[in-house]
Design a protein around this ligand. Structure first.
Ligand SMILES: [Zn+2]
Length: 168
């Protein structure tokens, strides 16, 4: 059962040219997503925040468990990174997340001055990188974030589909 993200032919539906580091970190985000779904019974979304080749923070959805509507994977990764480096801004960092960020997380990423966001699957219900809202990509922010998408999109979508299928 499940899908092994480490299979060499795993990438699919890609829109960009991905580096080895991109693949490695998105695989790590997928690992956190899988953990959320399989062990925490949370919607399987995972995120990692990376600076250079250093992992600053990681997280997965924990809203139900923590009774916290803001405990999305991106926010959890930002919180962990803030504690780790003793700062609330992360210029030049990259956030890898398995699902298109919502408006709340998109704004948090702008506040955090994250340099780049890579997300796997689009979220047609709440995505804020263009699917529903444009928060993450709005030119009106004084901080601009580079956004790439589609890396392991099929794997992430599969994980989400399986999760909701099992709950029915
Ligand atoms: Zn969110």
């Amino acid at each position: 059962m499940g899908v092994n993200p480490l299979l060499p032919d795993a990438p699919q539906a890609e829109s960009g040219t991905w580096t080895h580091a991109d693949r490695r970190w998105m695989q790590e985000a997928l690992r956190h997503a899988r953990h959320a779904g399989a062990h925490l019974h949370e919607v399987p979304v995972g995120a990692v925040l990376v600076l250079g080749d250093r992992l600053l923070g990681a997280g997965c959805n924990q809203s139900i468990q923590r009774h916290d509507p803001t405990a999305h994977a991106e926010v959890m990764a930002l919180r962990e990174a803030g504690i780790a480096i003793g700062n609330y801004r992360f210029p030049d960092s990259t956030l890898y997340v398995t699902l298109e960020p919502c408006a709340m997380c998109a704004m948090a990423l702008v506040h955090a001055r994250v340099g780049r966001v890579v997300y796997a699957a689009p979220d047609p219900k709440t995505g804020a990188a263009g699917s529903v809202f444009d928060t993450l990509i709005s030119p009106r922010h004084n901080h601009r974030i580079n956004v790439d998408s589609g890396l392991y999109a099929g794997l992430s979508a599969h994980l989400l589909r399986d999760f909701f299928k099992d709950r029915r």
